[in-house]
Design a protein around this ligand. Sequence first.
Ligand SMILES: [Zn+2]
Length: 474
Amino acid sequence: MDSKDRIVSLVEEKKDFFTNVSDRVWETPELGFMEYKSAATLMGALEAQGFKVEKGLAGIETAFSGTWGSGKPVIAFLGEFDALPSLSQKAALGTKDPVGPGGNGHGCGHNILGAASMSAATALKDYMSEKGVPGTVIYYGCPAEESGCGKTFMARDGVFDGCDVAITWHPGDTNSIMSGSTLANIHVRFWFTGKAAHAAASPHLGRSALDAAEIMNIGVNFLREHVIPEARIHYAFEDVGGGAPNVVQDSAQLLYFIRAPKNDQVMELYPRVVKCAEGAAHMTETQVRYEIITGLSDYIPNDTLAEVMSDCMQELGPQKFSDEARKVGDEMYATLTPANIRSGIASLSGHMDPAKAPEKVKEKLIADPFPYVKSSYVMPGSTDVGDVSYVVPTVQCGAVTQVIGTPGHSWQVTAQSCSALAHDGLVYGAETMALTGLRLLEKPELIEKAKAEHFRATRGIYNCPIPKEVKPLP
Ligand SMILES: [Zn+2]
């Protein structure tokens, strides 16, 4: 048996264990930094598999690691496990039917994400133990990807320092390697304080915090014309100072997201947005206070690692789907709208001859592994994997746990994330990641090449977008 066949059989031997872990996390959907039950399930599984568990990383209760082995190289696997609000849904069911009204649900499939990464880490350490291969495997349990930027706090506190490579994946509708980048992003809260007064009898005595917030937004809307076109600035009112029009509002609160392709571009925009806030406060004779509450760095792709991972996927061949998984796929495909199918075609077009994508989408479950193509595309979204990619050479793949065209963050994702289809994707994702780790152990020069590429991209500099004194918030 060659090394690939052995690592594949090691993943498959423990399939039931890890699909059970995934399903148990699915059953306890918890929001960012409050994933107590999910973290307990995952830490229990790590211990059962012989990892040494450390919890409370970076001062976050639900951040943890499991370490096996010693010395170099240090191969890290990243797992996520947080859920989303209002996406509760019964398992593997093709009609919208929440388990509980308004409840949380695994609408991004992070239950499978956490379990598959752990399955890969386990298979790799089982292989190393069996063959006497030196090195360290670390599984990182990373909370709050969806809203809290868990990995950014962990990277800021040096949790990933000392790792040689980081390997991760995301459940989805294609088997592919992440290329291109994502947007860097900071979340800034602005608090305006004014003076309350009777809005009809004595408005001249009041100073409106709501006016200030509105004027700030107007300023930023004019600013948009004079920023780089790739920048994205959005805001939401978190406090409008109450619901009484006859009171001059003495408080108002805004939350801003400031995004751009690179961290330093975001940091150039930040003081310009602050000037709009300060100008508005000056005009309205109110006070403003502001703080970066969290942030995410852009993702730095690593071609060396991406090519290794892509070769591994090609070597594994197409993903296999059980009859039960195909049944789930048929049922879920029937729930998709023409717009969903079009977006499925668009995503396939990024990986293959676009003229053939409309025909391909009819396969519903896309088994083919698409080869890695280097790209300068910046995905208009943000992920905290970006912060890991600044401190460690990082690689990420996708594996099929959903029918093509499934909308992101939807009840359909929750439904499919606890099904035979999720289980098949978990195994394929785990095999791809474990084999990638194995190939890096077999050819340490690839790790050195990946690190040199990483240094060229970062110059060894990581300026965490979240200031030192800011604490994680649920
Ligand atoms: Zn996700």
